[in-house]
Write a protein that binds this ligand. Structure first.
Ligand code: PAF
Length: 286
């Protein structure tokens, strides 16, 4: 496994591989790797000749007061995990200056999709995600890139950017990986105290309750929202719900009436010093 730090070297390396006919599978990450990330790397390994993983905590996608300064992660541990897994060929590990040279002033906005759901509470976040993902795609030049469903809105934003800009990359969205009690794996779960960790699966249980009700024939979005808030409210350690509701899975519009086959149930809530997000897609409702 090769570690590359400079964008130019990364570009030259993948261009050489592409010229010899190899398809690159790419997993962009902010490090602090867990089983969820490794499932993406496994998917990339299964479908491509060469697998590249990036490790870069993108400062631009954190608002002032968010957790950039304490974002978990240790490049040494991540490199060890990737190398011992035997799944990755190249790790792109750029420094901040290499990604954001002085004078960097480009913005990328997927209008509409970026200011819904989490975007309402994290202004500028998805613009910064779109910009870094576009930049990483230009550096790594993947045939396929892999994102987790846990960050559903991010995947929708990236897919729309790829479609709108005709980027020659196929986006694959892989299932959320959960702990046995249902908690979606996230690098931010390390912020949870033992008590908070025990309470945290209530977010998944709330989404599950709404999914079960939908599958049982219930169609009132408002009622489903109340049901989810009630389930989550049973865990007093959750001290703030940014949103928990039913959405159109393509436009990310919040639904009032559920008159379609597929819906997204998603929530973001705060527990201790962590903001957790999770979602479920419910298909074939009619
Ligand atoms: O999902 C993430 O880890 C990040 O948002 C990404 C896609 C690596 C961009 O910084």
């Amino acid at each position: 496994m090769e570690t590359i730090r400079l964008p130019r070297i990364m570009q030259e390396t993948v261009m050489r591989e592409r010229r010899s006919g190899k398809a690159v599978g790419f997993v962009p990450t902010m490090g602090a790797l867990h089983e969820g990330h490794l499932s993406l790397v496994r998917a990339a390994r299964a479908e491509n000749d060469l697998v590249a993983v990036s490790l870069f905590v993108n400062p631009a996608q954190f608002a002032p007061g968010e957790d950039f300064d304490r974002y978990p992660g240790n490049a040494g541990d991540d490199l060890e995990k990737l190398s011992s897994s035997g799944l990755a060929d190249i790790v792109f590990l750029p420094g901040k200056e290499a990604v954001y040279p002085p004078g960097f002033s480009t913005r990328v906005e997927v209008v509409g999709l970026s200011d819904r759901m989490c975007g309402r509470f994290r202004p500028g976040h998805f613009q910064a995600v779109a910009a870094i993902v576009l930049k990483l795609f230009n550096i790594v030049q993947p045939a396929r890139a892999y994102f987790g469903q846990k960050d559903y809105q991010q995947a929708v934003v990236v897919k729309r950017m790829v479609r709108d800009l005709n980027l020659p990359v196929e986006i694959s969205v892989c299932p959320t990986v959960r702990d046995p009690d249902g908690l979606a794996m996230s690098s931010r779960n390390v912020y949870l105290s033992p008590e908070e960790r025990q309470a945290a699966p209530a977010l998944y249980r709330a989404l599950r309750a709404a999914a079960d009700a939908l599958e049982g024939g219930r169609r009132d979005a408002g009622g489903l929202g109340s049901l989810m808030r009630t389930v989550l409210g049973r865990e007093p350690l959750f001290h703030g719900v940014d949103y928990i509701s039913v959405f159109d899975p393509e436009t990310l519009d919040e639904l009032e009436n559920i008159d379609r086959d597929d819906v997204l149930i998603a929530g973001a809530a705060r527990i201790g010093g962590a903001r957790l997000i999770d979602n479920l897609l419910v298909n074939n409702l009619k």
